[in-house]
Ligand binder design. Structure first.
Ligand code: ADP
Length: 629
């Protein structure tokens, strides 16, 4: 094949130079067939010269543009020159992006094309554009403002997010378009940027940004801005100096975001922390805080006073390792608190290993409260201690005393019972033998002697009555826990009157009662109470026919019952003593043992009530007693 070589074949120097050009050079003839290709063209198209020569232009373009290229040939020839971006198909099947310049007819029937491989450059450009697009998306998604200060012009450009953040919406809406084409940043002066900053913070910002601009450091600042609507917001701003390719500072770059809510939350947190600390420190309760691993992390002043040891001594203590707590079996409760359940530890004796109680037993009550975060995780537990040693000792003493009292009471009761039983035996003998003596020797006895025998018989009868009274009294006053039941007092009164029926009939006593309540009481005792009081009212009626009235009044906590008579009355100076055992104001003229009112008092007091009398001698008497509701 004969090549019509484009250069003077002899012009070796030129040929060699073209061959060394970094750009591809291809020469085609009128039939678009290559007749020359330099080394760069072979490299670009991954073909050797022999393979390339003889191919047509449409053979080195991708299939989708092949027709177009063939169709453009005529217009190219007419225009003479064509250039622009283009794609070529290499021999290895890969596509390359090129910038081309084609000149028609450098010699008749010869057309030259220069191709510059820009594939890498285009990829880099696209990557940069893509990453810019992503950065913009990230900025707006993260509600992040960005600004750039250009030191040469003194202008500041910022993005839409920052304009909204700074409350400059009206201004930017005017030229949204121009800003979009300027890459999302719009120009303002540095002063307009500073004027948006709160006057109190402006100088600080100016100084910090000035430092960064001068010394090229990074900066990280927070300041307030005043928005157009007057609202004050906190802004966090981070950035650095901008350098050009020869490392000259050309401005500042800033990224900013609104931290108002975060700061408020932070300050609320700080406030609640301060409040908590103050409360803790001022609290008179010994308080200790433990971390999730059981280690003590904090104690208050009351704790140091309570245990008599400095706060440092609490550090290193681990509640989970306290053998005394383990031995008392309270660990499960402590563990429960770490799972979020407040609890109260049972009162336990404790031997503090140091401090003011060292070597002493103290009784401690402890309350445990979990401290949970927003998600409900227990971060710490609070333990509040209370020294209940004094109370515990008193309780112990009280229990001991109560036990002793109960023991001596029951001994006394037994003694009274045995004694009265034993005493009644000789009394019965005395009565029986004096009667026998009277039967057998009655004729032989002088009137005086017969009277002596009568005295002996009366004395023994009276003694027996006294002993019975004593027994009744001991039963009433030593009675242990009363069994209280709801009872209608009207009914109890009816029973008492029934027991007194003979006396009432005998004396013709007039008894009148108001409505009485239903209360909780020991019914048998209340029957006896009424029986004794009404019995006395009849007995001490004097010469008149007995007239008795019974009533009840209530206040908030009690019922007050009264038994009133119109009898001989009682001198006020005896009002107290008549309630004592064997205390009587009369001799033989009124039968009695002086125990009835003592029994009444014992019964009322067993019910936690009171008993008293209001009376004047000769004026009748009114007995009152209260029973709790
Ligand atoms: P007793 O009636 O057996 O003597 P009590 O203990 O019942 O014993 O009463 C003590 C004393 O109180 C009586 O001896 C009597 O002097 C006086 N007394 C009790 N009730 C009345 C009353 N209703 N009127 C006047 N005196 C009374």
């Amino acid at each position: 094949m004969q090549f019509d070589y484009p250069f003077q074949v002899t012009d070796d120097a030129l040929s060699a130079a073209v061959d060394r050009l970094p750009d591809a050079v291809l020469i085609a003839d009128d039939s678009r067939t290559f007749v020359y290709a330099n080394a760069a063209a072979c490299k670009l198209l991954a073909l050797c010269t022999a393979d390339l020569i003889g191919k047509r232009i449409e053979d080195i373009v991708p299939g989708d543009v092949r027709e177009h290229v063939a169709g453009q040939w005529e217009s190219f020839l007419q225009a003479g020159v064509q250039q622009g971006p283009f794609r070529v198909l290499a021999g290895d099947g890969s596509e390359r992006e090129v910038d081309f310049t084609a000149v028609a007819r450098i010699r008749p029937g010869m057309h030259i094309t220069f191709l510059r491989d820009v594939t890498a450059q285009r990829i880099a450009e696209r990557t940069r554009m893509e990453s810019e697009r992503l950065a913009k998306m990230a900025l707006s998604a993260g509600r992040m403002g960005s600004w750039v200060w250009h030191s040469e012009t003194g202008n500041v450009s910022w993005n839409e997010t920052m304009e909204r953040m700074f409350g400059l919406t009206n201004e930017w809406s005017l030229d949204t378009h121009s800003r979009l084409f300027a890459g999302g940043l719009s120009d303002h002066t540095y002063e307009s940027f500073l004027s948006a900053i709160h006057p109190d913070d402006r100088e600080y910002v100016r100084v910090r940004l000035g430092e960064t601009a001068r010394f090229g450091k990074e900066y990280d600042i927070e300041y307030r801005i005043v928005r157009r609507d007057g609202e004050i917001r906190w802004i966090a701003n981070r950035g650095q100096a901008l350098f050009n390719s020869v490392n000259k500072r050309i401005g500042l770059l800033g990224l900013c975001w609104d931290v108002t809510e975060a700061r408020e939350a932070e300050s609320q947190l700080r406030l609640s922390e301060v409040r908590f600390r103050t409360l803790l420190e001022q609290s008179p309760l010994s308080t200790q805080l433990f971390g999730p691993d059981g280690r003590a992390v904090l104690v208050n002043k009351a704790w140091t006073e309570f245990w008599g040891t400095p706060a440092e001594n609490a550090i290193g203590y681990n509640i989970f390792e306290d053998q005394q707590l383990i031995d008392h079996g309270v660990m499960p409760k402590i563990e429960r608190a770490f799972r979020g359940e407040p609890s109260e530890l049972p009162i336990i004796p404790y031997f503090p290993p140091g401090g003011k109680f060292k070597g002493q037993e103290i009784w401690v009550r402890a309350f445990i409260y979990p401290v949970q975060d927003d998600e409900g995780h227990v971060q710490q537990i609070v333990v509040i201690h209370e020294d209940v040693t004094t109370g515990k000792r008193l309780e112990h003493e009280r229990l001991k005393q109560a036990e002793e009292l109960a023991r001596s009471n029951s001994e006394l009761q037994r003694f009274v019972y045995v004694a009265s039983h034993d005493l009644k035996e000789p009394l019965r003998n005395m009565g029986a033998f004096s009667q026998l003596l009277r039967q057998r020797a009655n004729d032989r006895l002088s009137p005086d002697e017969r009277e002596y025998l009568t005295h002996i018989a009366d004395g023994s009868k009276r003694m027996a009555a006294l002993i019975d009274g004593l027994l009744d009294y001991s039963r009433a006053s030593f009675q242990r826990d009363l069994v209280l039941v709801l009872a209608d007092v009207n009914e109890l009164l009816r029973q008492a009157l029934e027991n007194l029926a003979a006396t009432i009939l005998q004396t013709g006593a007039a008894i009148q009662a108001g409505p009485l309540p239903t209360i909780k009481c020991a019914p048998v005792n209340v029957v006896q109470l009424f029986q004794n009081l009404i019995g006395n009212a009849i007995k001490y009626a004097g010469p008149k026919r007995p007239a008795i009235s019974i009533s009840a009044n209530e206040d908030e906590k009690h019922w007050t019952f009264s038994v009133q008579d119109s009898g001989i009355g009682i001198d006020p100076k005896f009002h107290e003593q008549i309630f004592g055992v064997f205390r009587r104001l009369h001799g033989r003229e009124y039968a009695g043992t002086g125990i009835g009112l003592a029994i009444c008092k014992a019964i009322v007091e067993k019910h936690c009530g009171n008993i008293w009398v209001e009376s004047e001698a000769g004026q009748g008497a009114k007995f009152f007693f209260t029973l709790p509701k």
